[in-house]
Design a protein around this ligand. Structure first.
Ligand SMILES: [Mg+2]
Length: 208
């Protein structure tokens, strides 16, 4: 019998997407044109080119990850992946590099509480999805996140950031999956542009 898989998943921009929230907030503040249709990355690149753009971008992030999280969406394919993981009796844990408070959030929202509330609202802790509240870890630094991944004896870890997966502190025996739209440089990870690809990579084949 195959040993039980233990799958770790990053949170921001892996499980949750803020693209629409970033676009709406940037438009509301006149930082991008009203017909702007780009992704979070395009919003960032556009704002950073403005005078004092870096500061404006950091302020915008403070709002979006805090108060704006209610408008964020689950990334397509996450729900079926979690159902499959449940059906295959895998353990699923979430490990996120997230400070308690944003640097530039005037509303002083607790980002970790907001993230947990979002997860609960999306039904991630309901039986069929199989993420246990006790298996959600927020870490204040990337080094602590990597330590946590190592301590959890995971078989797989899924993240949208190359720099997490290529960090020398990443445990070498964990299979690394990079969730990214654009072709990344070759690295010690398997690149999957969609959650369907991730499902295929982890379980072989796709059920629905
Ligand atoms: Mg991320």
């Amino acid at each position: 019998m195959a040993s039980r898989l233990r799958i770790g998943i990053d949170f921001d921009n892996t499980i949750i997407t803020y693209d629409e929230v970033f676009r709406a907030a940037a438009k509301a503040q006149g930082l991008v044109d009203a017909d702007f249709a780009g992704s979070k990355q395009a919003v960032r690149d556009t704002i950073r080119r403005l005078p004092d753009g870096e500061l404006a971008w950091q302020r915008l992030q403070g709002q979006v990850y805090g108060k704006g999280i209610g408008g964020a969406k689950m990334v397509a394919g996450v729900a079926p992946f979690l159902r499959r993981a449940r059906a295959e009796d895998c353990a699923v844990v979430v490990v996120s590099h997230k400070t308690e408070y944003g640097h530039f959030d005037p509303d002083h929202v607790n980002l970790r509480t907001a993230a947990l509330e979002w997860m609960a609202g999306q039904g991630l802790f309901d039986g069929g999805r199989g993420v246990a509240l006790a298996e959600v870890y927020f870490e204040s630094t990337r080094a602590e996140k990597l330590k946590r991944i190592a301590a959890l004896s995971l078989t797989h870890f899924i993240d949208d950031l190359e720099e997490v997966l290529t960090d020398p502190g990443f445990p070498p025996d964990v299979e690394r999956i990079l969730f990214a739209e654009d072709t990344p440089p070759a690295g010690p990870y398997v690149w999957c542009p969609t959650w369907r690809d991730i499902e295929r990579q982890v379980f072989g084949g796709v059920t629905s």
